[in-house]
Design a protein around this ligand. Structure first.
Ligand code: E4P
Length: 217
């Protein structure tokens, strides 16, 4: 399973990258706004830090402008994945940019039918949003499972990039289902290490180390 980090914060990306935990990065307009940085500048910096795909999202809603924006974003670095929304215009932009050899991430996917359309348009990645479905009392994980089945039924090569991940449990479930990639905020990825029995076991070992004065160095 590949790990993408869902942030535009350079320090947070660098910290996880040093641990070998970063296979790529995803950004969106809200994350760029949160960073307070210029989209081109911050995206360039991320691409210099990370060798895997870095998703940068278009701002237009019509296909022609999305294509022009996608071409400009792709000039930033070879590892840019142009992110387009799952609309007819977005799918048209996906097809054109894919035909030009660019990676495309089709975002804001909330149904299997949308995911099939993105695969047929040649998307490199499809981004189904788990948390936002959970937010409206639907089951985001069912969508990941259904897209996995549909893509396997027909051999679509588009990678399932599970997005809008809010908990470490979401990541474990995505691994069980076979999502190709997850993208999550740094805090959620770091939270995967937590287990109360690890904390309890370590506390007991530390107590015995102190009691028996065990020393290695
Ligand atoms: C990533 O590509 C998405 O934009 C992101 O995961 C959305 O997450 P959110 O629903 O928590 O904003």
């Amino acid at each position: 399973m590949k790990f993408f980090v869902d942030t535009a914060e350079i320090d947070a990306i660098a910290e996880l990258n040093d641990f070998g935990m970063v296979d790529g990065v995803t950004t969106n307009p809200s994350l760029i706004k949160k960073s307070g940085r210029d989209i081109i500048e911050v995206t360039k910096e991320i691409c210099e830090l990370v060798s895997g795909p870095v998703s940068a999202e278009v701002t237009a809603t019509d296909a022609d402008t999305m294509i022009a924006e996608g071409r400009k974003l792709a000039e930033i670095a070879d590892n840019i994945a142009v992110k387009v929304p799952l609309t007819w215009d977005g799918l048209q932009a996906c097809k054109t940019l894919t035909d030009e050899g660019k990676m495309v991430n089709v975002t804001l996917c909330f149904s299997v039918n949308q995911a099939i359309l993105a695969a047929k348009a040649g998307a490199t990645f499809i981004s189904p949003f788990i948390g936002r479905l959970d937010d409206i009392n639907l089951d985001g994980m069912d969508l990941i499972e259904d897209i996995r089945t549909a893509y396997d039924n027909y051999g679509y090569e588009t990678q399932i990039l599970a997005a809008s991940i809010r908990t470490a449990n979401h990541i474990a479930e995505c691994a069980r289902i076979g999502a190709d990639v997850i993208t999550a905020p740094p805090a959620v990825i770091k939270g995967m290490v937590n287990h109360p029995l690890t904390d309890k076991g370590l506390a007991a070992f530390l107590a015995d180390i102190a009691a028996a004065d065990i020393k290695i160095l």
